[in-house]
Design a protein around this ligand. Structure first.
Ligand code: ADP
Ligand code: ZN
Ligand code: ZN
Length: 815
């Protein structure tokens, strides 16, 4: 008898598997989904390992298989285990990332009478038992839910258990109804020849009866292609009785045909051919190609490339040609993009280069579309799968290449639910397990990624210049405006004089303008409007956050608190201000400043509406349906907007003062990206950055398009403050509706951890906090956090059992 190690869909299973015996006659493979008994329930589980001996003495048996073919590949099984260990998530949560869409279903319990029920004495049964037996006897089987509705939940379960014990009824289990099915379309087909159909139609017409049946027959006899039922109804206005009449006369039949839901429309996409590479592209491509060759020869360690190049430097063309190389060798690729709704142009370029060989996976597809794509991917129908972070779990066979475009983007980290994985980390592990090459692409690489590239852990490939059709189209010119000077000159509006003038000029030339505002954390920090000083935590260096409810400033890392000072501690000015502007206010002011201009606002308030809000807004702006686009982070993404000649960054200070050690990096990335929006066309471009901290290195280096300069300064600070990549962080968050209870629980956890650290003599882990989380209140719950910093904090925390209410985020990004 063999045994299976099964990851079980139960919260108590945590990070472990359970041993089950495989009954004879049941053929079970690794990666297969099975039914297993667990406590008094029957649960879904995934087989992660087969063994000759069980891990425990007593085992129960696997009840049955849910699908005969394995749903996880061996590499995915290892990947799931790694995710659970590394990100400290439950094993089944990690496994579930790779299950087909809609697979996680509930079990329905049914109760039925056995074929030959034993004799029993009715008088020995109580009234409820008799009632249940009566209900069960009326049908073949009754779901437990139905009984619960009649008898009440507790009672129904008790009665069923009593009856099962006497052998009068038996339980059986089924999966809840499938939520997604392949989409079927009903077609109408003539059962007689076209000639006969027309004669019949003419006959009906003559009789002056059933004219709608006649016209439907007429229509079907003339159609060149199969006609769907809905199309037929629309065209001839035939209702169900009309169709049914023809069916019963034996003239017409209805056929169901399975159709594919197609997320990419290839209409209007012309196939493209590889471009002749520039010399920089060529040398990058050759390095990747030689690595692919090594892979083919079974080279043991996979290669990771960092392709560093400004927007428009031709990175995407390198991805496309690397992928073609992979496909030539009979392998396939996965391409991750940060936010798929914002990258229709990228998808089109892949679709044009690999017509009908591109699958798209993302959460905005309907469940049915996701299901169809998943099945076809598993069948090996696609050269490439493109998607947002979860596309890394696509069942792409023969994986040869993984591309992560804009690898620095924070959307690659899943922060809001378990497993809190980073797609980049997962991609590298998957590449290692499946022998694939990884390309990380970015104009502003993550500081940690660049650090690894510098150390030689990754191969660094650089594309230093834009590929432009014309000679010498330069990067946009960037001007930094010191808002303190504006104030001195008596300008209190949101727009500096330089920005107003530049905007007026662009609008007069019928060009377009983008006004960018980072909204996250707005109104939370305090800044002196005279000298630009921001009040910071003395211990952590991050900006203090203003809590209006308590009237204090607090550090979101260590909970240092102070009251708001009356005057600026540096210049003694009284102009300490809570800074913060919303896009709505910006829209109002822009309307007043440029009354002739047509405004368009693009932020999360707007994009919650409609099915394709991004596309609609973008298309409207691209087709010059507006002159000024007011937007948040979204406008920073890879969009080609040739008429935009001016980008105004209304306040660079918002992101600079996030209570997070990565605030400088974030600001540099955002400014660089937004600046890259200007001057994509032949008109050239200009960028204006407004700030109270014009001397800040992140702003200075973004204005010079100087990644190396930024990196040098940033990595120095990281080393000094012992932040990643020189340490790793684990964030523990406790949430509850009661704030005081959160704080007590967080403090209790801290004492517990300190005691553990002391008793084990661990020297290199420090505890930061507890403190209210940056998002202190989220969906009605308060949140307190505790950060562990050290070389291997997760190894330590993995040994501490986490009480309910706590979440663990390994390698957190953003507070
Ligand atoms: P990135 O991905 O770095 O932003 P792209 O690959 O999108 O850069 O290239 C920017 C523009 O230059 C695109 O319009 C692309 O078609 C064009 N391009 C890229 N490589 C070449 C090349 N070798 N020859 C001509 N045009 C190119
Ligand atoms: Zn001051
Ligand atoms: Zn602090």
């Amino acid at each position: 008898m063999g045994y299976a190690e099964v990851s079980v869909n139960s919260p108590v299973a945590q990070r472990r598997t359970f041993s089950y015996a495989i009954p004879s006659g049941l053929n079970i493979n690794v990666g297969q989904v099975v039914w297993v008994p667990f406590g008094d329930k029957l649960l879904q589980g995934v087989v992660l390992e087969l063994s000759e001996y069980p891990a425990v003495e007593e085992t129960r048996e696997v009840v049955g298989v849910i699908e005969s073919t394995p749903v996880l590949s061996p590499a995915q099984v290892s990947l799931a285990r790694w995710i659970s260990e590394y990100y400290l998530s439950s094993l089944f949560d990690a496994v579930a990332l790779m299950l087909p869409p809609g697979f996680r279903r509930k079990v329905v319990t049914f109760i039925s009478r056995p074929a030959t029920p034993p004799q029993y004495d009715t008088a020995a049964l109580n009234q409820e038992q008799r009632q249940a037996l009566y209900l069960i006897g009326k049908q073949d089987k009754v779901s437990l839910r139905e009984l619960e509705m009649v008898l009440g939940r507790k009672k129904a379960q008790a009665v069923v258990s009593q009856l099962v014990a006497r052998g009068l009824v038996a339980r059986s289990y089924e999966l809840e109804k499938v939520k997604v099915k392949p989409k079927r379309v009903r077609y109408l087909r003539l059962k007689v020849g076209a000639g006969e159909a027309q004669r019949e139609a003419a006959r009906l017409q003559e009789q002056g009866r059933a004219s709608r049946q006649a016209s439907l027959l007429e229509f079907l006899s003339q159609a060149a292609q199969p006609v769907s039922l809905s199309a037929a109804r629309q065209t001839v206005g035939g209702s169900a009785p009309v169709v049914n009449a023809l069916v019963s006369k034996g003239l017409v039949e209805i056929q169901e045909v399975e159709v594919r839901r197609e997320p990419i429309s290839y209409e209007g996409i012309t196939p493209s051919r590889p471009l002749k590479l520039t010399s920089a592209q060529k040398s990058a491509f050759e390095s990747i190609r030689s690595s692919l060759l090594q892979m083919d020869k079974g080279h043991p360690s996979p290669a990771v490339f960092l392709l560093h190049g400004v927007t428009g430097s031709g990175k995407t063309e390198v991805y496309l040609q690397a992928l073609a190389e992979v496909v030539k060798r009979g392998k396939r690729g996965i391409v991750l993009v940060p936010e798929i709704a914002l990258t229709p142009q990228t998808i089109e370029r892949f679709a044009a280069r690999f017509p009908h060989k591109v699958a798209v996976l993302h959460s905005r597809l309907s469940l049915g579309e996701q299901f169809d794509e998943w099945q076809r991917i598993r069948n090996g129908e696609f050269a490439v799968v493109i998607g947002s972070r979860s596309a890394i779990f696509a069942p792409q066979p023969d994986l040869g290449l993984i591309v992560i475009d804009e690898e620095h983007e924070w959307t690659y980290k899943q922060s809001d639910q378990s497993p809190r994985y980073h797609a980049r980390g997962v991609a590298m592990k998957l590449a290692e397990l499946s022998g694939a090459v990884v390309i990380l692409g970015s104009a502003t690489p993550d500081v940690e990624t660049f650090y690894h590239a510098q150390r030689g852990d990754y191969h660094l490939l650089q594309l230093p210049e834009r590929v432009t059709p014309r000679e010498g189209s330069p990067l946009p010119q960037v001007e930094i405006i010191d808002l303190r000077e504006e104030l001195k000159a008596g300008n209190r509006s949101l727009f500096s004089r330089a920005l107003s003038q530049a905007a007026a000029r662009a609008l007069a030339n019928r060009e377009q303008v983008i006004l960018f505002l980072n909204r996250r954390g707005a109104a939370a920090f305090v800044q002196c409007r005279r000298c630009g000083l921001v009040l910071r935590c003395r211990r952590c260096e991050v900006a203090l956050n203003y809590h209006a409810d308590e009237g204090v400033l607090a550090c979101h890392q260590c909970n240092y608190r102070m009251s708001v000072p009356q005057v600026c501690p540096r210049c003694l000015s009284r102009r300490l201000k809570f800074l913060g502007i919303g896009t709505q206010k910006l829209e109002v002011e822009a309307g007043a400043a440029f009354p002739q201009a047509r405004l368009l606002r693009w932020d999360s308030d707007v994009t919650r509406r409609g099915k394709h809000p991004h596309e609609e807004i973008l298309n409207r702006f691209r087709s010059h349906g507006a002159d000024i686009l007011i937007g948040t982070q979204m406008v920073a993404k890879g969009l080609d907007l040739p008429l935009v000649t001016l980008v105004g960054i209304v306040s660079a200070d918002v992101s600079l003062n996030l209570p997070d050690f990565r605030a400088g990096e974030r600001t540099f990335q955002l400014l660089s990206q937004v600046a890259g929006r200007a001057g994509r066309g032949t008109l050239g471009g200009q960028v204006v950055i407004q700030t109270y901290s014009p001397e800040h290195y992140a702003i200075q280096s973004a204005a010079r398009h100087d990644y190396a300069g930024f990196y040098k300064q940033e990595i120095t600070y990281r080393r000094q403050l012992h932040n990643p990549p020189f340490s790793r962080l684990v964030c523990l968050v406790y949430s509850h509706t009661n704030d005081a209870l959160c704080q007590r629980e967080a403090e209790r956890m801290k004492r517990l951890l300190v005691a553990e650290i002391d008793s084990r003599g661990i020297a290199d882990i420090s505890l930061i906090g507890p403190a209210p989380a940056f998002m202190h209140r989220l969906r009605g719950r308060f949140r307190w956090q505790l950060i562990l910093r050290g070389a291997e904090p997760s190894a330590f925390i993995s040994q501490i059992p986490m009480p309910p209410g706590w979440t663990v985020d390994v390698d957190l990004v953003g507070l």
